[in-house]
Each structure stands twice: as C-alpha cells, then as structure tokens.
Design a binder for this molecule. Sequence first.
Ligand code: NI
Length: 264
Amino acid sequence: MTKPPGKVLPLVAALLCGAVLAQAATPSSPPVTSAAAPVAQTPNHGLLSVPVTSKRGEPSSTATRKPPAPKPPAPKPPADDWNLAAHGKVLYLTFDDGPQHEWTPKVLQVLRKHHAQATFFVLGIQVAQYPELVAAERAAGHHVGNHTFDHKTLTLLPDAKIRQEIGTGVKSKCLRPPTGATNAKIQAIAAAYHQRQVLWDVDTLDWEKPGTAHIEHAIMSGARPGAIILMHDGGGNRSQTVAALDQALTKLTKLGYTYRPLPC
Ligand code: NI
C-alpha cells in the first residue's frame, strides 16, 4: 500500500488512502480482461496475471466497506491459450451431440449448481431445432464447438461432403469430429474453416449407459489438471450422465477443481 504522506495533512492522507482503496477494490477482475486483450503467447503471461490480481485484492479485503463477494470465478486465461495444463486444477468438461430438449437443460442446471463452465460440441441439425438452448448455453458463459451438421463419420466421406458437414455446423473456433474419427485431411479442412480440432483426454463412455457409478468413476479417475472430459447431452437418455456429473462435481470441487470452457 501507499505510505502515509506524514502528519501534516492527515485529512488529505485519509482521502488519498480512501481513493486508493476504492481503486484497488473495484478492478479486481478487469486487469485480467486487459491482460487477455494483447497477444500473449508466453505461458508466463497467464500465470503472472493471477498474482497481480490477488495482490491488488489484498488491500481491499482489509477495508470493511463491503462483505466479501461470493467466491469469484477463477481468472480466465488468454483467449487462445491452449496450454490447458498450465492453470492448475482446472477441468474442461465437454458435452457432445446436443442440444436436446430434455437433457441439455438438466446438464445446464447441474453446471450452474456447481458454478462450472463447460463446452458444448453441438450438431447443426440439433441447433436448427433448438436454437434457444444454444443461446442459453452461451448466455451462461459456456462455449460452443462444432460437432458437424449431422454426425456423419468424416473419414468415410468424400472431400466435398466433409466440407459440407463442417461448413454447415455451428460457427466456432473448434471442431470435434464425430466419434473422434479423423485424419490429416480432415484436420486441414477444419483449419481452412479456422477450426481447431479438439478431441478429449477422458472418455466417460456415458453414451453406452454403463451406470451412474461407472460414469462418475471415469470422471474421477481421469481428473487431472487440464484434462478434457467427454460426455454427452444428446443422442439418447442422459439421466446417468446428469446424475454422475452432479456427484463428480461435488467431489471434485472439494478437491479444489474448477471448470472452464475451452478457448473455442
Ligand atoms: Ni458425437
């Protein structure tokens, strides 16, 4: 904090101090926003922004003018930071094959309950049917990725059809090819659409409906800093996914994990 200017001007000192405190109190998150704006490729950049934020927050916590706000969301890394393992205990929850009228709202509800943000890899054909659900995903701070138009296996298609499947999917910076089937050609076509191919680290196999406990165990055993976890909010009954997600997030949050959307 600033040093008091001396005993000559106690009133001025108090005013100055108050002004500094007020300044320190308000921008506890804006520095992160401004840090994200410039091109920042070094991994250190994102890491440095965290201590700066918390240092600035310290003086404001000594002032008694406000009760502490509910725990703020973790500072976001720079927009294109794919160094996912560099941000501590952060998990990247992903949901494929939606949106779907029954299960997507339930997944959104569980995510909201746990203050979790995720990424939905949606199908164009579903988006056309439920545009309001994609809007709800975005409004809640989740990110949306392209899972193609109608879930064809891209590796089995001629080039023109691959382009059609990718190009008529939702606009996004990320593509997750259906079933993960891909090759260099598909990756190159995706790149031509400015879409980065994103697969996963942990496959919960929830689409096989193996039971809630099995899905929860898959999430828990795969959790590690930066892991991308694959689940589904469409393509069938997802009651097991919803229940397993709720249980796993309860445990993972106690272990110190937070949940961020992919930079899609
Ligand atoms: Ni899929």
